[in-house]
Design a protein around this ligand. Structure first.
Ligand code: NAD
Length: 305
């Protein structure tokens, strides 16, 4: 069997298209556009790339983009003050603080200062708790994108078994909660788990977010399973030239695709969906803040295609 490739770029384009159309319609209706504020502290090279891309894609979707770049030694009070001003700014509907933050800043305190209604990353404790209890809330972008792609292959999760490898607050835990909310039977493994290959072989749905290149081998995968590889790892690629690197996931893609039913590539799988879902969350936040109906597709983690 050769797995079907899950084309994250095509899924992301479907989400962006839907968001663009809805933003244009809302603009015609209300004269207003959703505004996304992104806050970056310091000069982490990867974060700068992500922040630029988020701003650019927000503008392409017809939104307003506000980027705040602060020095690496910004005192916490100053950062919290900026967040409070953004909370009160009627032109801003979504606020995102790019992680990781410099070590002197308390990330939990910073995230929890964002108004939950504008927390488009879905990391505020209030949103985490609401998602955990199956209530409508802002869902973290990466797991939201994974669910949208999974919906294309599983319109009913009941009776399906899933394994999520990785239990971070931004990917693994919310991913497991969303699958559980959809009545999947969910297992979660992490770096202290001892029997991951056996658990993986039970899984109809395997989501891997460990940050370990090639962790999942073909013989871990149940034949026909849907495999979502969230991992993004930069590894040396001398075959491309001296000092060159390439991106790989957490799944040994070439062998895994011989066993899986469907699989996301890296790059081109989960990655493109994350920013598309950030736009979807910003649109949903705008609708909630203006008491407008929210596109149910974007709320219910539906297949966007
Ligand atoms: P993290 O470091 O916060 O968490 C890693 C998780 O994996 C932990 O729960 C840890 O216990 C587990 N783990 C580590 N080694 C393991 C092993 N050998 N076996 C089993 N579990 C193991 O990472 P994160 O922020 O959740 O990100 C995970 C990966 O996903 C990274 O490669 C990251 O770059 C990528 N990522 C991609 C996107 C995207 O948009 N595609 C978004 C977020 C993260």
């Amino acid at each position: 069997m050769t797995a079907e490739l899950i084309d994250g770029k095509a899924f992301a384009e479907a989400v962006r298209h839907r968001v663009r159309d809805r933003v244009a319609a809302l603009h015609a209706q209300t004269g207003q556009a959703p505004g996304l504020a992104v806050v970056l502290v310091g000069h982490d090279a990867a974060s700068e790339v992500y922040v630029r891309s988020k701003g650019k894609q927000a503008v392409q979707a017809g939104m307003k983009s506000f980027t705040h770049c602060l020095p690496v030694d910004t005192p916490e009070d100053e950062l919290l003050g900026l967040i409070r001003r953004l909370n009160d700014d009627p032109l801003v509907h979504g606020i995102l603080v790019q992680l990781p933050l410099p070590a002197h800043l308390d990330a939990r305190q910073v995230i929890n200062t964002i108004s939950p209604a504008k927390d488009v990353d879905g990391f505020h404790t209030s949103n985490v708790g609401m998602v955990g209890t199956g209530q409508d809330a802002i869902v973290p972008c990466t797991p939201l994108g994974c669910m949208m792609m999974l919906r294309h292959y599983h319109d009913d999760f009941r009776g399906k078994t899933a394994l999520v490898i990785g239990h971070s607050n931004i990917v693994g835990k919310p991913m497991a909660r969303l699958l559980l909310n959809a009545d999947c039977t969910v297992m979660v493994a992490h770096k202290s788990s001892t029997n991951i290959p056996e658990l993986a072989r039970l899984a109809d749905i395997l989501v891997v977010a460990a940050g370990v290149p090639g962790l999942v081998k073909a013989d871990w995968i149940k034949p026909g399973a849907t495999v979502i590889d969230v991992g993004i790892n930069r590894i040396p690629a001398p075959e491309l030239g001296e000092g060159k690197h390439r991106l790989v996931g957490d799944v040994d893609f070439e062998s895994a695709r011989q066993v899986a039913g469907a699989i996301t590539p890296v790059p081109g799988g989960v990655g493109p969906m994350t920013i598309a879902c950030l736009l979807a969350n910003t649109l949903s936040a705008f609708c909630h803040l203006h008491d407008l109906s929210v596109d149910p597709l974007l709320l219910d983690e539906q297949d966007p295609t």
